[in-house]
Design a protein around this ligand. Sequence first.
Ligand SMILES: Cc1cc2nc3c(=O)[nH]c(=O)nc-3n(C[C@H](O)[C@H](O)[C@H](O)COP(=O)(O)OP(=O)(O)OC[C@H]3O[C@@H](n4cnc5c(N)ncnc54)[C@H](O)[C@@H]3O)c2cc1C
Length: 491
Amino acid sequence: MVIGAGPAGLTAAYQLAKAGDPVLVAEADDVVGGISRTVERDGWRFDIGGHRFFTKVAPVEDLWNEILPAEDFLLRPRKSRIFYKGKYYDYPLRAFNALINLGPKEAFLCGCSYLRARIAPPKDQTNYEGWLVARFGWRLYRTFFKTYTEKVWGVPVSEMPADFAAQRVKNLDLGKAILNALTPKRNQTEITTLIEEFRYPKFGPGMMWEVCREKVEKLGGRVLMETRVDTIHIEGGRATGVTLSGGGASRFEPASHVISSMPMAELVAALDPPPPPEVRSAGADLHYRDFLTVALVVPVEAGFPDNWIYVHAPDVEVGRIQNFGQWSPYMVREGTTCLGLEYFVFEGDRLWESDDDTLIAMATRELDALGLVTPDKVERGYVVRVKKAYPYYDFKYRENVATVVAWLASNAPNVHLVGRNGMHKYNNQDHSMFTAMLTVENIHGANNDIWAVNVEEEYHEEGPATDARPGAGTGRDAPMLPWREGSDSPR
Ligand SMILES: Cc1cc2nc3c(=O)[nH]c(=O)nc-3n(C[C@H](O)[C@H](O)[C@H](O)COP(=O)(O)OP(=O)(O)OC[C@H]3O[C@@H](n4cnc5c(N)ncnc54)[C@H](O)[C@@H]3O)c2cc1C
């Protein structure tokens, strides 16, 4: 039994079906792909966030190639820049490009601010703000780090601890960045290649998962859509099955193993009988950052050459803008492109609760305010809301996850947690899939530690030879964050 038809669930199902095991997938939604789905409205296709297919895990790469024929799996050029005060800055940030764009006066002031910070660095560098200011100075910090990071995570940078940055963004400072720009590096070509290209299914990421679903079904597996797992039944130290609901009915489905990619918090709440109070509270104390995209259809010439741009301006709420036509020309209708304005939110907050028309009007206004597209060019708009886009790493999440995992190991060892929200771990598609592949091997007798699948390894543009860049800038890094006890938001 597999819960969820996202990358992790369908990977598990495919591997099981290939091995000849009977497999049933229950998917609550009416499309496959989970967060990696393609959303289609009136012939335009949107990706929730822009999913680059990039991995250092060879078995995952092989599986992608096995699922999708080469002609449907495009190799795309990558371009993404920071858009700030009408100018485009290289991303990852390059010192000289940044200084030239800032202009001589601002560059001079940034230089002075950097020197001041070197002479008298902030006393408290245990928070991310102090850590960044010590390395860049206040002025560059405010321009390139503060606003975007706060848009993504919804908390002040001064409340984020610095240790995540210190781990992930080793040796980052302006002085070294300038030196890097001047000295050619040994493995620069390889890293540049990784930064500049990625694979992408012709019709968006969901295409990979639609084809995967067909393969599972061809091999005899069943994928039930609009079917939710409401309850996981536990008896005699094992899960015995699940209660499924869909089409107005519910029924018990027996299972020898339950592979779960549903959010860990919801899994704990669905256990029957309920686990002890400390396990229930650990599950209930796991939090998420949510996400919404306002996709605006504009003439193709109104778009930009980037796949996406980062928006650092503090006077607009949009954090990133995708240009879906640049991801794949098959995503859009001829003569148009679609700009996806991304807002990082908490479920239930002001933006989340705004109706679609209000959000479309706001996004149109913001594109205009940024000087990118005037309102008369916006033909129409669509809103896509995504719950639980990011598992939230608050100070207690590690302990909470450990409590749940330990309880399951001793009371229901045939419940296997996989994927991103399934493990409450910052897994991208490849790692979500890899945890599912290793889990299937475990079911067949192996002893893999899926928690060792490493999201912290050098990844995408995070290699050491790149220049200075905002540590939290990809929107995919995961700092540890504060969370107000007993509340539904951090503030
Ligand atoms: C903004 C953004 C950008 C990203 N960019 C990239 C990128 O460039 N490259 C990349 O590789 N990854 C990227 N990712 C990460 C990628 O989206 C995830 O790693 C991946 O989708 C996780 O797969 P999953 O199967 O674990 O979970 P999900 O995709 O969340 O799928 C879980 C599925 O389970 C279903 N479900 C939940 N509860 C139940 C239930 N009770 N019963 C039945 N079904 C249920 C859900 O409906 C969903 O379909 C990005 C993510 C975000 C948010």
